[in-house]
Design a protein around this ligand. Structure first.
Ligand SMILES: [Zn+2]
Length: 252
C-alpha cells in the first residue's frame, strides 16, 4: 500500500515545523569562502546537513509495496559493514534533498525538485548537492549532476579519482544522471526512493524515459532519426586518426 496524498501532506506539514533556517546563497561570513558553481559554499551545505531534521518518522516513511520493477535491496547484496556505510550516506543524501521543500516552507522559491546526492570514495565525500534546476533554469542541474560537478569543477577531483566511487542519491538516478555516472566510471549506485515514487508523488518522467529508451528510436516518445550514415562515418574517419591516435580522449 502506498501512503495516501493526505498522509503525504501531513508529512509535509510536520516537516515544516522542524526545519532549520535554510542556507541562502546570499549568506556572508567574515572569512571569504569558495563559491560552488551552484551558489552555495561547502560550509553552507555542511551547515544545512548538520541542522536538517532527521529522516521522517516511520509513521510516514513506510511504503510496503514493491515499487519499481527491478529494485534490489542493498542489504541483500552487501556486507553488514557496507550496509551501515550505505545508510550513513543515504541519510546525508536525503538531508540534502530536504533543502528544497524547506525553502518552500520558509516562503522562498525552491531551488528545484526534492533530490539530493553524495559521491563517496574510500569513505571520503568527493562532491554533493541538491537539485537546482529551477534556480539555474537548467534541466541538467539534478542533484547527482551537481554532486559530480562539485567533485570535479569545484573540488578539483580528476576523472580518474571518480572511478570506483559510489553515488548515493535520495531518488533513483534518471537516465541522464545514470549515464553520467557511467561516463565517470562510478562503480556503484545506491538510492532511496525509486522511479515509481518519483512518478507517484512528483510526476517525474524517469520511468517513461527509461521505457522509451528501450524502443526503436523512431517509436520513442522523444523520437530521433539519422540524417545520413555515410556523413557521420566520414567525419569520424577524417578526424579519428588525428585526435585519438594516441588513445587519449577516447574514454570520455
Ligand atoms: Zn537526473
Amino acid at each position: 500500500m502506498k501512503i495516501s496524498g493526505s498522509t503525504a501532506a501531513l508529512l509535509f506539514i510536520a516537516f515544516a515545523f522542524t526545519t532549520p533556517t535554510v542556507a541562502s546563497a546570499d549568506d556572508h561570513s567574515d572569512a571569504p569562502q569558495p563559491k560552488t558553481f551552484y551558489g552555495y559554499t561547502p560550509a553552507q551545505t555542511q551547515k544545512w546537513v548538520d541542522e536538517a531534521p532527521d529522516l521522517p518518522s516511520k509513521e510516514f516513511a513506510v511504503v510496503s509495496d514493491a515499487g519499481s520493477e527491478g529494485n534490489v535491496q542493498c542489504a541483500a547484496t552487501a556486507s553488514k559493514e557496507q550496509t551501515e556505510i550505505d545508510l550513513k550516506f543515504i541519510k546525508r543524501a536525503i538531508k540534502l534533498a530536504s533543502h528544497n521543500p524547506a525553502q518552500a516552507m520558509h516562503g522562498h522559491a525552491p531551488d528545484g525538485g526534492l533530490f539530493g546526492a553524495v559521491i563517496v570514495k574510500d569513505g571520503k565525500i568527493l562532491g554533493e548537492g541538491w537539485n537546482t534546476v529551477l534556480k539555474e533554469g537548467d534541466p541538467s542541474r539534478h542533484g547527482e549532476m551537481n554532486a559530480i560537478r562539485q567533485a570535479t569543477h569545484d573540488n578539483g577531483h580528476g576523472l580518474d579519482e571518480l572511478a570506483g566511487a559510489t553515488l548515493y542519491t535520495s531518488g533513483a538516478p534518471c537516465p541522464m544522471c545514470y549515464s553520467t555516472m557511467a561516463w565517470a566510471n562510478v562503480k556503484r549506485i545506491v538510492y532511496a526512493s525509486d522511479y515509481s515514487d518519483a512518478m507517484t508523488y512528483g510526476g517525474f518522467k524517469d520511468e517513461p524515459i527509461r521505457v522509451s529508451l528501450g524502443l526503436p528510436i523512431d517509436k520513442r516518445e522523444w523520437p530521433g532519426c539519422q540524417v545520413e550514415s555515410g556523413l557521420g562515418r566520414a567525419w569520424w574517419e577524417q578526424y579519428n586518426a588525428v585526435v585519438y591516435k594516441d588513445g587519449k580522449g577516447a574514454k570520455y
